[in-house]
Ligand binder design. Structure first.
Ligand code: UDP
Length: 328
């Protein structure tokens, strides 16, 4: 049998794309998901083990059954705005479940752990080029909870020999170019899918969250990276660990920043349709600018992003948006 990788959150947006990439690379991805935000239909490339990360007995059972060579940990609550309204939910779910998973991984004798972290761990560092050595000062509970898991991984690396690759994502966008899986959150909060809904008339308009940021056009700047490129990096991260290389942090972004207004303008071009917008207030917890200045993943992992041009990401997201499986 192919080597098994346990993919927490394998029924979610990034996790389902990771399962496809793992399968293509010859692994058997076993999705572990409580289906609270994930979708059963997105588990197409290996088995689904339904379960909650808070349920240690269920985790132990799944580890014993599949004996994974590695864990890829995507399952988490990931909404900046929600994390500002209900921080306890984020600290409890993300941190306690993360600890549970790490302990179950070690108890099962597995030592390779790939973790989905975020540029939200940096906070708002105006003018600073963000790379793996930039200090982390999260300004929302989501970023704080992810940094806490990064800290745990370092500690368990030192104490128990847990080897980890931590990926700090910038803004993940796009969809599988074959539209087998894609982005489908309920409720949806992310810029590009909300904008496509507004373009398709599924929502009345896109609200622009704040036009008075200290950026050239007043809207927030983000670095968007294609989900297929992102998960390719995870396979490279897994191979890095399997080759016995040391625990390492990698930023995953394109190095290009686009404002909300620039993303809107590009979507208009790609879809050839109008984007109805409303000017709204700032969303609490949003940093003005988050752009990756890192080339570590390119140089050390040999990562070669293929589809992270903004127009390609929007076109792939738009194709998925029109696929029969997409429902808003
Ligand atoms: N955004 C917006 N309107 C929306 C959703 C998002 O203006 O309906 C902005 C948001 O303030 C941020 C950028 O788009 O500056 C990307 O937000 P998203 O939620 O997609 O990702 P995040 O940066 O929170 O990870």
């Amino acid at each position: 049998m192919a080597d098994v990788v346990l993919v927490t959150g394998g029924a979610g947006y990034i996790g389902s794309h990771a399962c496809k990439a793992l399968r293509a690379a010859g692994y058997l991805p076993v999705a572990y998901d409580n289906l609270s935000t994930g979708c059963r239909e997105a588990v197409k490339f290996g088995p689904l083990e339904e379960g909650d990360l808070a349920d240690r007995a269920r985790l132990d059972e799944v580890f014993a059954k599949w004996q994974p060579v590695a864990v890829m940990h995507f399952a988490a609550l990931s909404l900046v705005g929600e994390s500002m309204k209900d921080p306890a939910k984020y600290w409890r779910t993300n941190v306690l479940c993360g600890l549970n998973l790490i302990e179950a991984t070690l108890a099962a004798g597995c030592r390779n752990f790939v973790f989905s972290s975020t540029c939200a761990t940096y906070g708002d560092q105006d003018g600073v080029v963000l790379n793996e050595d930039t200090p982390q000062y999260p300004i929302n509970a989501y970023g704080g909870s992810k940094r806490a898991i990064e800290d745990m991984l370092r500690d368990f690396g030192a104490s128990h020999g847990l080897n980890s690759v931590i990926f700090r994502y910038f803004n993940v966008a796009g969809a599988d170019p074959q539209a087998e899986v894609g982005e489908q959150h309920v409720p949806e909060t992310h810029l590009i899918p909300l904008m496509l809904d507004a373009i398709a008339g599924k929502r009345p308009a896109l609200t622009v969250f704040g036009s008075d940021y200290p950026t050239p056009d007043g809207t927030c700047i983000r670095d968007y990276v294609h989900v297929s490129d992102l998960v390719d990096a995870h396979v490279l991260g897994l191979k890095w660990l399997e080759a016995g290389k040391p625990s390492r942090v990698f930023c995953l972004g394109s190095g290009e920043g686009y404002s909300v207004r620039e993303v809107i303008a590009r979507s208009r071009e790609v879809t050839n349709r109008e984007v109805p917008i409303i000017e709204g207030d700032r969303r609490p917890g949003d940093a003005a600018k988050l752009v990756s200045g890192s080339t570590r993943a390119l140089q050390e992992l040999g990562w070669t992003p293929q589809r992270s041009a903004l127009s390609t990401m929007i076109a792939d997201a738009w194709r998925w948006h029109q696929a029969p499986e997409y429902e808003s």
